[in-house]
Design a protein. Sequence first.
Lengths: 219, 61
Amino acid sequence: MAEIHWFSGLALGVLANGIAEVILACDLHQPWRRLNILAQRRRVVRWVVCVLGHVGFAMSGASLTQLILFALFSISAATDFETTLLPPDALMFGSVIFAMAMAAFTGGWPALRDVAVAQAFCFAVVTLGVAFLNLCDSGDIKLAMQFGALCGSLGAVAAGAFGVWLVAILLVSMALLRAMLAMPFKEALQSVMRRRPPQGPLLWCGFLLATLLAKVMMR
Amino acid sequence: MNQNRIGVAITLLMFVPLAVAAVAPAGWIMLLSLALTLVLQLAAIVCFYPQSIAKDDSKPH
C-alpha cells in the first residue's frame, strides 16, 4: 500500500509539472527554448522540488483526493513561481469546486461544510487584506480559495498558515543575512521588507511543511 | 471602484453566515447559512472580478 502511495505521489507530481509546463508554454508564452540559462535552472529546481514534495505528501498518508488537490495547487504555485502569473481561472475555480464536490461525495454534508467554510474564510481574509491593507495582489484571492479548499478545514488552514509563517520567517532571515553582507542593518531590513515573494510557492511550501510536521509530531 | 466597495461590503457581510455555518451542528441552519455564505461569496467574486481578480492575470504580483 505504501509503495502504491509513493508511486501515485510521483506520478501526480510529474503530471502536475507537465500541465504547468503546457500552461507556461502555451498560455504564458514561456517555453523551455525561450528561457535563459538562469530561468532554465530555476525550472529544473521547480521540477525536482515539486516532484519530491508530492512524494513526501503522498508518504505522509494523504488520500488520493488530497493528492489530486495538492497537484492542482502545485500547478498554480509552479506558474506563480516562474512568471508571477496564475493559470487560467477554469483551473483555479474548478479545483475549488472539485474539492467541495469530492468532500460532499466522500464525507457528506459535514465534510462539504468544512471545505466550503475553509475556502470562504481564506477568500474573505485575503479579500479584506487586499482591500484595506494592500498586503497582496488581487490574483492571490483565487490562490487563497484554492489553498483553503486544499486544507479542507479551518483547523488545517490554521496549521497551514503556521507553516507559511515558518517558511516566511526562514526566507526573510536568509535574505536579511545576505543583504547585511552588503549594507548596514537598517538599509538591509528596509530592502528585504520591500520585496514581495510570489504567494503560490510560499503557500505550497507552508502547507507541505505543516503537513509533514503534523505527521512527525503524531508519531 | 464602486463595484470594489460593494464587493468589500458583501465580503464583510459574508462573515455572519460563515461564522454560523462553522459552528452550527449539522442540520437546516447549517445548510442555510452555508448556502448563504456561498451565494455572498459568488456575489463578491462577481463584483471584484472585472476590476481586480481577472486583471491580475496579466499583471505581475
